[in-house]
Write a protein that binds this ligand. Structure first.
Ligand code: FAD
Ligand code: FES
Length: 259
């Protein structure tokens, strides 16, 4: 457990916020795809921690999280002012791998998943592509940050309020066409149904990649089995349960079990 003093906690747009902690020890070793498990309050009904992807770290020890207010814990987090000290656990979980210099990274993010894939823009050498999907314009976040990092940002929304109308997986064919002859690797994070659709599409098109499966968590350290997801295994059923917090949240596409 480490303390993280809040340096800033501001609204980005709509229900989305950015909180910056001073957490030098965690920031020093954080990798793309890992998360911090944040104890938001000591109040009895909020003793459970909440997991958030590490969005960005800096050499000065700052660590950023971008979050959407969806329930009591995140709404309480949004109320915390600079100077508040939170108890942080991290960096937790398995990270994305860093692609070779000859590989173009294709990030595929749904909603707040864009917060998780952002660290790849700093770890991967060739600038890549971000395929960003959301229900509507209100859930399209961090576009300017990705563009400033040199990424080609392509957007789709379910209702067509920004970018193309449709599912984010429908943008994959365009990338395969535009980067024909180049080696690609896909890195996904977003809602579970989106990740399953992405896994099917990548298998259909013969692409490799990794998916961050952000299952609801409790202990965050592999002890309680609250976060299990199915992964492929040599069992009669063809799958086994894996703990998303400690064996994931990032899983190789080869291991992802699609029903
Ligand atoms: C590894 C990991 C990384 C995450 N990274 C981020 C992030 O960068 N930014 C961000 O905004 N959120 C992220 N989340 C989701 C975040 O942890 C939840 O939104 C948060 O715990 C909700 O807490 P709450 O008390 O506000 O809501 P609760 O009252 O606990 O729940 C409110 C609603 O949110 C749903 N919910 C809770 N946890 C999750 C989850 N893991 N995935 C989907 N729905 C959930 C509940 O089912 C419920 O419908 C991440 C989750 C995981 C597991
Ligand atoms: S949250 Fe407890 S084992 Fe993963």
């Amino acid at each position: 457990m480490k303390n993280g003093e809040i340096i800033a906690n501001t609204r980005i747009q709509g229900d989305y916020y950015r909180v910056v902690f001073h957490a030098p020890e965690i920031a020093a070793s954080a990798q793309a795809g890992q998360f911090v498990h944040v104890r938001i309050s000591d109040r009895l009904d909020r003793v459970l921690r909440r997991p958030f992807s590490i969005h960005r770290v800096e050499a000065d020890g700052s660590l950023e999280v971008v979050y959407k207010t969806v329930g009591a814990g995140t709404r309480e987090l949004a109320q915390l002012r600079p100077g508040t000290v939170c108890d942080l656990l991290g960096p937790q979980g398995r990270s994305f791998t860093t692609p070779g210099d000859d590989v173009v990274p294709v990030l595929v993010a749904g909603g707040y998943g864009a917060a998780a894939t952002y660290m790849m823009t700093r770890q991967a050498v060739p600038k890549g592509v971000l395929l960003l999907g959301a229900r509507s314009k209100a859930d399209v976040i961090l576009v300017d940050e990705y563009r400033a990092a040199g990424y080609d940002v392509r957007i789709s929304t379910d209702d067509g309020s920004l970018g193309g109308k449709g599912r984010v997986t429908e943008l994959i064919d365009g990338v395969l066409h535009d980067f024909a002859g180049r080696k690609l690797r896909f890195y996904g994070c977003g809602p579970f149904p989106m990740l399953m659709a992405l896994a099917k599409e990548l298998r259909r098109t013969g692409q490799g990649g990794e998916l961050s499966i952000d299952h609801v968590m409790c202990c965050g350290v592999g002890a309680c089995f609250a976060c299990v997801v199915k992964v492929k295994a040599d069992t009669p059923e063809g799958w086994r349960y894996a703990r998303a917090c400690s064996e994931g949240p990032v899983f190789d596409l080869e291991d992802v079990y699609v029903e």
